[in-house]
Design a protein around this ligand. Structure first.
Ligand SMILES: Cc1cc2nc3c(=O)[nH]c(=O)nc-3n(C[C@H](O)[C@H](O)[C@H](O)COP(=O)(O)OP(=O)(O)OC[C@H]3O[C@@H](n4cnc5c(N)ncnc54)[C@H](O)[C@@H]3O)c2cc1C
Length: 636
């Protein structure tokens, strides 16, 4: 027996619908393209003054049309699959022009998640009957989960080794107050599987952890995960053409073997605390944000937080007013961008619509891919003919700077000192922008919060010393000082062909072909590897999904050609490095001299992707054997 949903709450919910995507979602669900009134198209401007850039009157017209579409849907049910032409017509209504839709069509279809198009279409037993292929996946965070899922689908024997007591990676380890995702969650989620009907626009850590645990369970990954076990090193064995993987866990030290190793250790997994003089002499508790000590009672304490990057700026509004005094030590401020929904719950009505209209969340996701990621790239692109004096990289970037500065000014009336301290002297998007709903300036305006615009140079038994020689008395120090992002695979030694170590191969400049493969390291693949991090607010999940898709294609080639191993050719990596260096140099984060965790000690951008999401999609779409040394299997 089917139940008919009660219409009244659904019609009422249209008051809180997403004005940009409700009509495309209903047009796709009903097949009624006449809902797409050309006068009601949303604006993709970053800070449109009204929702989706629509006037109040237009908003009412959208709702009226949506009511018609919703009634059609409830009367007749969803239409089923749409033709390519109809899908493209709907996309064209939502997006700036037909050219964009034609270029992005395949990517958008993936992101819409109409079907799980990345399921491998092959499997080891089907392609090579009698052959087994084993893989060790290091890490059970977001990347490890999807990697294991796809490799299992491709019929590999998979073991995931996770050092923590639970899966979840970033979202298991970071439990500091205020920890949440800074990308809208309808984008920061896998493109496959049951869509989460998020209760927050930017979910807090506990909801993200629950999500990743659910997906791991749904995909059957969990039984393949060994928790509380650390990979201590990997060595390529030339004679067996396998990796020997050292493990340390409750069974003591072991060596496991696998044909393939996939590193899913992330870029932000090893907390970095600066090695300052006197750091061990501090008399009170001190800890890193990623290792929050929940035993320490901060109420009544004079707390110092060192750093003003993403984590610090999430913690500060939570601690302000709950501790006796909060001192924030800032070396270099982050740009803040207005994000009014940042701490808001998704209205119940909207969640109800998401539950009722098939794939309404997919259409919102597609809109976010355009509006919050690809559509923003132009803001970060360097105009060589423009002289921004180091503070901006193009006229658009300068305009963006002016908007962000004006917003900050409005939040800090009569406090030129704070405004000066909180305004970066580098271009917007030279580092990742921190979303803010006004909570950060509000916290810093409090009498019991002080912002010190000086770096910490030493620690004493009773506090810290800043670079102007001032001593600050503290009871607790919180280090919000980031991660050893450059040291992929820290601290384990990885030894490839002929005894070559990854440390020696990289020599402080991590690089991998496509961000995935390193010459001399056969059958070793990276997810979230070098040059696959992003600055414009996209989602790392997008990159990991493409990498894993590519890895399965590479493994298909390995199995189909009866090969034992494949590895990138040095010349392929050289070309790749030239390409990523050239593209990064054209973006605010590469052109600006400001230091960030994206750069190696030499100043080269080792972490970031310098092109569009589409470019990475196109590059990873196929496996090109000519870039790889493929070694045949020895006869049995
Ligand atoms: C506080 C914070 C906020 C973030 N916010 C965003 C955001 O808003 N948007 C976004 O796109 N990204 C964000 N990121 C980046 C985030 O790391 C990625 O989005 C994503 O979680 C990376 O997943 P991962 O599985 O690749 O790595 P991780 O989540 O770091 O997981 C790596 C796993 O590998 C395990 N591991 C490491 N070494 C070993 C070893 N030797 N042996 C066994 N296991 C090992 C770790 O224990 C961990 O579980 C944020 C990161 C942090 C730290």
């Amino acid at each position: 027996m089917t139940t008919t949903p009660d219409r009244a709450p659904l019609i009422e919910a249209l008051e809180v619908c997403d004005l940009a995507t409700i009509l495309p979602a209903l047009a796709a669900a009903t097949g009624d393209l006449s809902l797409l009134d050309p006068t009601l198209r949303p604006s993709d401007a970053m800070f449109a003054e009204t929702e989706a850039g629509l006037s109040l009157d237009q908003a009412q017209q959208v709702r009226a049309l949506a009511k018609r579409g919703l009634n059609q849907l409830l009367d007749h049910g969803p239409i089923g699959d749409l033709s390519r032409e109809d899908l493209a017509t709907i996309m064209c209504w939502l997006l700036p022009d037909r050219g964009v839709v034609e270029q992005y069509f395949d990517l958008f279809v993936h992101e819409l998640g109409l079907a799980d198009l990345r399921t491998p279409t092959w499997s080891v037993p089907a392609v090579a009957p009698g052959r087994t292929l084993s893989a060790i996946v290091i890490g059970a965070g977001m990347s490890g989960i999807v990697t294991a899922h796809r490799l299992l689908q491709a019929g590999l024997t998979v073991t995931v080794i996770e050092k923590d007591a639970e899966i979840g990676g970033t979202w298991f380890e970071n439990t500091y107050p205020g920890c949440r995702v800074d990308v809208a969650n309808h984008l920061y989620s896998y493109s496959f599987g049951t869509r989460e009907n998020w209760t927050s626009y930017h979910s807090p850590q506990r909801d993200l952890l629950a999500y990743f645990r659910r997906v791991a369970d749904e995909c059957g990954v969990r039984p393949h995960v060994r928790l509380a076990t650390t990979v201590t090193g990997c060595t390529w064995d030339e004679t067996t053409a396998q990796w020997q993987v050292g493990l340390e866990g409750d069974r003591g030290h072991e060596v496991a073997v696998a044909d393939v190793v996939v590193s899913c250790v992330g870029q932000l997994n090893h907390p970095r605390i600066p090695d300052l003089p006197g750091i061990d002499t501090f008399g009170g508790p001190q800890f890193h944000t990623a290792r929050w000590n929940h035993e320490v009672d901060l109420s009544g304490a004079r707390v110092g937080i060192v750093g003003t990057g993403s984590s610090a700026l999430q913690v500060i509004p939570e601690l302000a007013g709950t501790v006796a005094h909060l001192t924030v030590f800032e070396r270099s401020p982050s740009w803040l961008a207005p994000a009014l929904t940042y701490r808001q719950s998704v209205p119940e009505g909207l969640r109800l619509l998401f539950d009722t209209i098939p794939n309404a969340m997919g259409w919102l996701r597609l809109w976010l891919v355009w509006k919050n990621c690809e559509g923003l790239l132009a803001l970060a692109r360097v105009d060589d003919t423009f002289d921004g004096g180091g503070r901006s990289v193009s006229l658009m970037n300068e305009g963006f700077r002016e908007i962000l500065t004006a917003v900050l000014e409005a939040y800090l009336p009569g406090r030129p000192d704070l405004l000066r301290a909180m305004t970066p002297d580098y271009p917007p998007l030279a580092r990742r922008i921190v979303p803010d709903d006004g909570s950060i300036p509000a916290a810093l305006l409090r009498d019991d919060v002080a912002l010190i615009h000086h770096g910490v140079t030493a620690v004493t038994p009773s506090g810290v010393v800043t670079d102007d020689g001032t001593h600050h008395d503290l009871d607790v120090i919180i280090w919000a000082t980031g991660f050893h992002a450059q040291d992929f695979l820290l601290p384990m030694p990885v030894v490839g062909r002929g005894g070559l170590t990854l440390d020696a191969a990289w020599n402080g400049e991590p690089a991998a072909h496509l961000g995935i493969c390193v010459p001399g390291f056969p059958n070793l693949f990276f997810t979230y590897g070098p040059n696959t991090n992003i600055v414009i607010n996209g989602s790392i999940i997008y990159f990991t999904e493409l990498e894993v898709d590519w890895i399965t294609k590479a493994l298909h080639h390995l199995v189909a050609t009866n090969a034992s191993s494949l590895e990138a050719r040095p010349e392929a990596l050289e070309r790749w490095v030239e390409y990523v260096d050239a593209t990064n140099a054209k973006m605010a984060w590469g052109a600006s001299s400001v230091m960030s965790w994206y750069k190696s000690a030499s100043g080269r951008v080792t972490q970031n992707w310098g092109e569009s999401l589409l470019a990475y999609y196109d590059i990873t779409k196929t496996f090109d054997p000519s870039d790889y040394v493929v070694t045949p299997r020895k006869p049995a």
